[in-house]
Design a protein around this ligand. Sequence first.
Ligand code: PLP
Length: 388
Amino acid sequence: MEPSRVENELVMLPGPVTVSPRILRALSKPIINHRGEEFAALYRECVELLKYVFQTRNDVFVLSGSGTCAMEAAVGNVLGIGQGGKAITIVNGKFGERLKDIADRYGVAVPVEFEWGLPIDLEAVKSVLEEEEDVRTVTMVHNETSVGMLNPAREIGKLARKHDALFILDCITSIGGIDVPVDKIGVDIAIVGSQKCLGMPPGLSAVSVSERAWEVIEENGKKVPYYMDLKAYRESFEKGQTPYTPALPLFFALREALEIIKEEGLENRIKRHKSMAEAVRAAVLSLGLKLFPKLNEFSEYSNTVTAVCMPNGITDAQLRGDMKRLGIVIAGGQERLKGKIFRIATMGNISARDVLTVIQALEIVLAKYNVIEGVGAGVEAARKALGL
Ligand SMILES: Cc1ncc(COP(=O)(O)O)c(C=O)c1O
């Protein structure tokens, strides 16, 4: 196959995602004074809209850094630097592991680990919480992107509260695409990344901070990360500013992205993500492929990224290389899952057109390597699932 010559590839990665032209246009606005009234209004608008998307009344701040920056902000502010703060870190994929690694740098991580792609056993978390003393926080990834699984936020939130621990939830690939009622669940620090369900370019993240979290953060004083000192963000926000120079063009894009979400309606957006993911799942199953995550009664398949076992007869390089030559970018497996799975994301402002396109291309590539016979079954299953 010829290399793809399309400039605007269809990016179906679990971030970064394809960005709508409307948001791209917002990126090109002239630079303004980040210490002026115009920026203050822009930032305040973004925060109000983010509160709607987070479903929270807690404070919300925007950080000029990717999701990992916000993960480190959350863990570093709560545990403090070298304060001996203890975190129960739940791991069933790459990003749960990252939260564990961050907790290890700032304080003491007590990992509750499961095989990547296996569901979280609530009893195991419960018993660690009962055994350990002085647990300051529980960390979990809501939508574990690396394995395509939605973890039980409500249940873990309840357990954390029962043991008087804060609940830090990585919602980097769920908020804006999956229902995450931050206040109802009782998430003390929730995190979102810009290049995922918000449909933006990469470079920004946002965190919500509860009253309970502030109490702990205040106790840590200056023993917190300098650039991500959340107390400094709170103080600056009173003036409509960020403590350090914000990534201005991305703030323009953020407002546009959030306005798109408001126009669509959060509930509709969540429904759309569900229907797109259902179509992808129906299509891959109709082709005889297997979904990667193993669920229990408290976990679900992710509605923002579908992880599929790599079938026999084709390699990762062949599958994703040929897709790319058709102008479509999908993800492989990460680290230990390299070559074992591929992942199709349904995040952000994608449409039925995008899902049908990716499924059709997938069928064409699988048929080329004789993994399936002929094309059409996948598109037909997706069509039905989409109700078209
Ligand atoms: C669940 C989850 N957490 C954290 C991250 C890290 O975010 P970033 O790459 O924006 O730093 C990702 C990125 O894919 C993610 O999917």
